[in-house]
Design a protein. Structure first.
Length: 588
C-alpha cells in the first residue's frame, strides 16, 4: 500500500473509534477527517468538498422539509388509526401497520414517519392492554425495509446515486432499486409479522413502567400554615437536594407550579407532590413544617397533563452529559422525573446520571413543551403521555397534493428528484403549510454534514488506492466461491460497516470498493452499486445503527438483545436476497 493509502486507512480507523466513543457529532468527526486528508494532500479541495455540490445532500435536505409538513399536518394520521383496527390479535394489526408503513416509507423520510406513528401506536396499545413492544420495533424495521423500494426511500439511496454520478455511472432511476428491494421487503415483512409476537414479549414501555412505578413512589404533603417552612423558598427549605426524592409540583389550589424551581416560595396550605423511591418517601414526614395529607397513601401523581416522554438523540446538546451539567431544568423549562435505559428505570440521583443516545426521559413540563421542542434535534421524539396528538390540522390536503405531485413528476421522469423536491418545498412555503423557521428546524444538519463530508472520504479511498487494496482482499478471500462469493463479501462488509458508522457513510465508503470488486470480477457495476445501497440500509442489529431504531428503543422498553434476536433473521434475509437477486436483475 502507498503512504496515502496507509494514511487514509489510519483516518478511517480514527473515525470508527470516534463514532464508537461518541466523542463529537458524526458530521464534525467526518468533516475533520476529510480536512486532515486535504491538508495531507491525499485529496485536493475539489474532491474534499465535492459532496457539498452533489445533488444528494441537497435533495435529502429538501425531503426533510417535505416530511416535516406531513408530521405537522398529520396527513397520514387518520390512515394509521383506521389501519390498527380493534382486533385483539397481535399479528393482524401488526400486518395492517407494517405493510402500509413500508409502502409510505418508500416515498417519505422514515424518521418523521416513525416519530409520528409512535404516539398513535402507543395510545392504541395502551387502550387495548397490548404490549407496545410488539409493535414499535417492527414499525422501525418496516420503515427501513420500505426505504428499499424507491430512490427517495432513504437518504442512503440518494447518496449512492450521487456517488455513482461522481464515479461515472448513471444514477438510479426512481423505481430501479425496487426491483431488488421489493422482494426483500416482502419476505422481511412476513418475517416481522411471524416472529415479533414470539420474540418481543415481556417488555414494558417507559411510559407503562413510569405509570406503574409512580404508584409506589408518589406522595403528597401539605405545608403547615405558619410552620417551619411557610414563606421559605424550595431551596431555603432544604427540599432541593433530597436523596432519592424529587419535588415534582407545588399545588397552590388555584395554580400548580410544575416543575417547582428552587426560588418557588412555599405558602401555608400548599400541597407538595414528591416523586421518589418508595423506601425513602417516609423520610419526608420528618421534615419540619410539612405533614402528610389525607391522600398520603401511595397514589398516582395526580393530573398527568404535564408529563412528556422524550428520547435522547445522538446529536442532542446534552448527550454524554449529566442533567446537572446540561442545566436541563433551565434550558428546557422541564424537570426529568425518570430515566429509562434498556427497559429499566435508573435509580439514584437523576441529576448525576450521564445520559446516552436512546435514553428515554419522563419529564414534567408545561403544556406547551411538546410544541416548543417537537421539531428540534435535541430529542428524537416528544410524546405527550396524557393526551392523543391533534387529529386535524390546516394544510393537510395541500401537503398530500404537493407530495403526490412531487412523486409523480419524479417517478414519471418529468423532473429530476432534486428539482421535484425543491419545487415541493417552495410550494409548502408559499402556501404557508410550513414557515421558514419550521423548514430550517426540520433539516437534520448532522445528517447533511455526514453525507456531504463522506464524499471526500470516498474520494480519498479511490485516489489513494485503498479501495483497490480492500477490493483485492475481498476478491481473494471469496474468489473460491465465484461471482456470488465476491458479491457476498461486499454485502457482508457493507452490513458490518453500516452497524459501526452511519449508513450514509458506510454506503459512500463501500461504493468505490464495490465497484473495484465488480471490475475485477463478473459482477455488473450497476448491480454492485444497488447491492451496496440495499446492504447499507439494512441496519437491524443495534439500537444505534439507524435513527428509527434509536427512536423506539426507550418507548418500547427494549434491550440490545431484542435487536439481535429480531434483527439477525432480517439481516440474513437481506444478505441472501441481495446476493441471489443481483446477478439475476443485473446480468454481467
Amino acid at each position: 500500500m502507498t503512504v496515502d493509502a496507509w494514511l487514509t486507512a489510519l483516518v478511517l480507523v480514527g473515525i470508527l473509534i470516534g463514532l464508537a466513543k461518541a466523542i463529537v457529532a458524526p458530521s464534525v468527526l467526518i468533516f475533520s477527517a476529510v480536512a486532515v486528508l486535504l491538508v495531507a494532500d491525499v485529496i485536493d479541495a475539489e474532491q474534499a468538498f465535492s459532496g457539498f455540490s452533489n445533488p444528494a445532500p441537497i435533495t435529502v435536505g429538501a425531503l426533510f422539509i417535505v416530511a416535516a409538513a406531513v408530521s405537522k399536518t398529520g396527513a397520514i394520521r387518520p390512515i394509521v388509526r383506521a389501519l390498527m383496527g380493534d382486533s385483539g390479535d397481535v399479528r393482524r394489526p401488526l400486518l395492517r401497520v407494517a405493510g402500509p408503513t413500508a409502502l409510505v416509507s418508500g416515498f417519505l423520510n422514515n424518521t418523521p414517519l416513525v416519530a409520528m406513528m409512535i404516539p398513535e401506536i402507543t395510545t392504541w396499545a395502551r387502550r387495548r392492554g397490548a404490549e407496545v413492544s410488539k409493535f414499535l420495533l417492527p414499525l422501525s424495521y418496516a420503515a427501513i425495509l420500505g426505504g428499499l423500494l424507491t430512490l427517495i426511500g432513504t437518504s442512503t439511496n440518494l447518496v449512492v446515486a450521487g456517488g455513482m454520478l461522481d464515479l461515472g455511472l448513471e444514477p438510479f432511476s426512481f423505481f430501479e432499486l425496487g426491483k431488488l428491494g421489493l422482494p426483500i421487503a416482502v419476505v422481511g415483512l412476513a418475517a416481522i409479522v411471524a416472529l415479533s409476537p414470539r420474540l418481543l414479549k415481556g417488555r414494558r414501555s417507559s411510559i407503562s413502567a413510569f405509570q406503574e412505578e409512580t404508584r409506589q413512589f408518589t406522595v403528597e404533603v401539605e405545608v403547615i400554615p405558619d410552620g417551619g417552612i411557610d414563606g421559605m423558598t424550595v431551596e431555603e427549605a432544604g427540599l432541593r437536594h433530597l436523596a432519592g426524592v424529587f419535588l415534582a409540583a407545588v399545588d397552590r389550589g388555584d395554580t400548580t407550579i410544575a416543575p417547582a424551581s428552587p426560588d418557588t416560595v412555599l405558602r401555608g396550605g400548599n400541597l407538595l407532590r414528591f416523586v421518589g423511591q418508595a423506601d425513602l418517601v417516609v423520610d419526608i414526614g420528618e421534615i419540619k413544617g410539612i405533614r402528610f395529607t389525607e391522600h398520603h397513601n401511595l397514589s398516582e401523581l395526580g393530573s398527568p397533563a404535564g408529563f412528556f416522554q422524550v428520547v435522547v438523540a445522538a446529536d442532542s446538546p446534552f448527550a454524554g452529559m449529566t442533567l446537572k451539567e446540561a442545566r436541563f431544568r433551565s434550558q428546557y423549562q422541564a424537570a426529568v422525573v425518570a430515566v429509562h435505559r434498556a427497559g429499566h428505570r435508573l435509580e439514584g440521583k437523576l441529576g448525576e446520571v450521564r445520559l446516552r443516545t436512546g435514553d428515554s426521559l419522563i419529564v414534567l413540563a408545561d403544556r406547551a413543551f411538546g410544541e416548543r421542542w417537537h421539531n428540534r434535534h435535541d430529542f428524537l421524539t416528544v410524546v405527550a403521555m396524557q393526551a392523543e396528538p391533534p387529529t386535524a390540522s390546516a394544510g393537510r390536503v395541500t401537503t398530500v397534493l404537493v407530495i403526490t405531485a412531487m412523486v409523480v413528476s419524479a417517478s414519471a421522469g418529468w423532473l429530476p428528484i432534486l428539482d421535484a423536491s425543491l419545487l415541493a418545498v417552495i410550494a409548502l412555503l408559499i402556501t404557508r403549510v410550513l414557515g421558514p423557521a419550521e423548514a430550517r428546524r426540520s433539516i437534520d444538519l448532522d445528517v447533511i454534514g455526514v453525507i456531504a463530508s463522506a464524499f471526500g472520504l470516498a474520494a480519498a479511498m479511490d485516489t489513494s488506492g485503498l479501495a483497490d487494496v480492500v477490493a483485492e482482499g475481498i476478491t481473494s478471500a471469496f474468489s473460491s466461491f465465484g461471482t456470488t462469493g465476491t458479491l457476498l463479501g461486499v454485502v457482508l462488509a457493507t452490513v458490518l460497516l453500516t452497524e459501526l458508522v452511519t449508513n450514509n457513510a458506510a454506503a459512500l465508503l463501500m461504493l468505490p470498493i464495490g465497484l473495484a470488486v465488480a471490475e475485477a470480477s463478473a459482477v455488473d457495476p450497476r448491480g454492485m452499486a444497488a447491492a451496496v445501497a440495499v446492504a447499507a440500509s439494512a441496519s437491524f442489529l443495534t439500537p444505534i445503527g439507524y435513527q428509527t431504531n434509536t427512536m423506539v428503543y426507550g418507548p418500547g422498553g427494549y434491550r440490545v438483545s431484542d435487536y439481535l434476536k429480531m434483527g439477525a433473521p432480517l439481516t440474513l434475509i437481506v444478505v441472501v436476497g441481495v446476493t441471489a437477486l443481483v446477478p439475476l436483475i443485473y446480468p454481467a
